[in-house]
Ligand binder design. Structure first.
Ligand SMILES: Cc1ncc(COP(=O)(O)O)c(C=O)c1O
Length: 515
């Protein structure tokens, strides 16, 4: 049964998988329902993943219908077969135009791009275009073109490092620090560039903390560098998650093609694009090096291919367009705002408990009014205070991700409790909340991370918060000084649960707003 957006929590009933099925050998078989549940993995209880797992019934119908066509006649529905299936190519072209517009391609540019398997393939293509362009410039100048390097933060997702290793480019990792919010800082990155730098990968939405790197700040420093040295270095933005959050939640924020050094951008439609495909776009067709484009004379027409795969199913592209038509800008904005509101609620509840400190900062109001008109916030004394709770623009920018750790106070008082136990104990309650080390340089710090996605509504967030706090209480043992009853001891009594929520200021948003 499929439910409309917002009702999804109803299907979050506990799966009871009592049937035994073989893990390493084929067994006698099981029912389709149990097989489905085994493989489904209760995606909504998985707070670890950025990957979207749900579409409305009509969207899935479109996918299923097109998948079956691929099975019967691969040629019919394969995106490489542009001549036989021109309608799909038109949809693909329109999706690229819509993304180019969303990411603010300046007038006069002819943006170009393609669907990919995900951000990883998109990053390989973006990186290759940078490498080819650098090699061509160096060859033309009669200079060494065998020692390219690329610069990125140590917080880079593995796909970025993979590009460097697979395509023989030296990977220069810029250390990240607590003071810099665990993301690459332009003033540090600039020390790593030289004449062999093919480009900088700037990440819009760190996988660790959700924090945005400063694309504009990086571009400004590269302008200064060029003025000093004559060396021009472009930027590729890895907007795997941020490409579908920043334009909607922070429409006034500058990070995309309106920054002149941004040549290309990738995104994962299967993350906050709410479907199952990736994308890479170049601001202008001149930036996609001709060596990457294959001209094909195929089935009676001329086609151009610049992806790592030749054939590609069209169903995910149709699903992406389904969302563009169905949700539109307003729909995506509503979902991004709701995800961020839920993430802020979770962050505050965790911090109010005093057991946890958030490493992510999307719940902290902006110190200035650089994003907004001032209508949604006011400053009392020196403290900015957000009046309109649902406006993400008035808070620090980032993905709807909550990265948190034991507070210093908690660690002092309970040094024997290991944070990794929280992950394991939550797993026993079916929640997947990973505990892992921050990037090199800051790897001593462990964080727990929750990605707040569309399927995780306020109800679900409340439940996981309660479980986290209950487990923490349990680990503390009987040392609770607070006389308030905890649902740990009376979890079936709704009154105690209510008192506990209230104690944390969790269910009373009005009260939290006043604080
Ligand atoms: C910042 C970032 N870049 C790249 C990727 C790789 O994306 P994909 O899984 O779509 O290949 C991820 C995945 O989590 C990511 O978070």
């Amino acid at each position: 049964m499929f439910l409309s957006r917002g009702e999804r929590r109803i299907i979050l009933t506990t799966n009871t998988l009592t049937t035994n099925v073989g893990s390493f050998k084929m067994d006698k078989g099981t029912s389709a329902t149990v097989a489905y549940q085994l493989l489904d993995g209760s995606p909504s209880l998985n707070f670890a993943s950025f990957v979207h797992t749900w579409m409305p019934e009509e969207g899935l119908k479109l996918v299923v219908e097109n998948i079956s066509k691929v099975a019967h006649a691969l040629q019919m529905c394969c995106i490489a077969d542009q001549d036989e299936y021109p309608a799909t190519m038109r949809v693909h072209g329109r999706a690229v135009s819509m993304l180019a517009d969303l990411w603010k391609v300046p007038k006069g540019n002819k943006a170009i791009g393609t669907a990919t398997g995900g951000s990883s393939e998109a990053i390989m293509l973006g990186g290759l275009a940078l490498k080819k362009a650098w090699q061509e410039r160096r060859k033309a100048a009669g200079k060494d073109h065998y020692h390219p390097n690329i610069v990125m933060g140590a917080n880079a997702q593995v796909a970025l490092e993979k590009f460097a290793r697979y395509f023989d480019v030296e990977c220069r990792l810029v250390p990240v620090t607590k003071e810099g919010g665990y993301v690459m800082q332009p003033k540090d990155a600039i020390k790593y560039v030289d004449e062999n730098t093919i480009g900088i990968f700037v990440i819009l939405g760190s996988t660790y903390t959700g924090g945005f790197e400063d694309v504009q700040g990086m571009s400004d420093l590269l302008d200064e560098y060029e003025a000093r040295t004559g060396i021009s270095i472009p930027i590729h933005v890895d907007a795997a998650s941020g490409g579908f959050i920043a334009p909607f939640a922070y429409p006034g924020y500058k990070w995309g093609f309106d920054i002149s050094r941004v040549h290309s951008i990738n995104t994962s439609g299967h993350k906050f694009g709410l479907t199952f495909v990736g994308w890479v776009l170049w601001k202008d067709e001149s930036l996609l090096h001709k060596d990457l484009i294959f001209e094909l004379h195929y089935l009676g027409s001329t086609e151009y291919s610049y992806t790592l795969n030749f054939s590609r199913p069209s169903a995910p592209i149709l699903a992406q367009m389904f969302n563009f038509l169905h949700l539109g800008f307003e729909g995506y904005r509503r979902i991004a705002q709701a995800d961020l509101t839920n993430a802020r609620m979770l962050s505050r509840a965790l911090e109010k408990s005093t057991y946890y400190t958030c490493v992510s900062n999307i719940h902290i109001p902006l110190a200035d009014d650089s994003n907004g008109t001032g209508a949604g916030r006011e400053v009392v004394g020196k403290t900015p205070r957000v009046v309109d709770e649902d406006q993400a623009e008035y808070y620090q920018r980032g993905l709807p991700v909550v990265a948190f750790r034991f507070s210093d106070k908690f660690k002092r008082e309970y040094p024997h409790i290991q944070q990794a136990w929280i992950q394991n104990l939550l797993r026993a309650k079916q929640w997947i909340v990973p505990n892992y080390n921050l990037p090199p340089n800051e790897e001593k710090t462990e964080i727990l991370r929750i990605v707040v996605r569309e399927s995780m509504n306020a109800d679900l967030i409340e439940r996981v918060t309660l479980d986290i706090l209950n487990i923490t209480e349990q680990l503390k043992g009987a040392q609770l000084t607070d006389p308030l009853p905890s649902p740990l001891h009376s979890s079936t009594d709704p009154i105690f649960e209510k008192i506990w929520y209230w104690h944390l200021g969790f269910d009373n948003v009005d009260r939290m707003r006043d604080e």
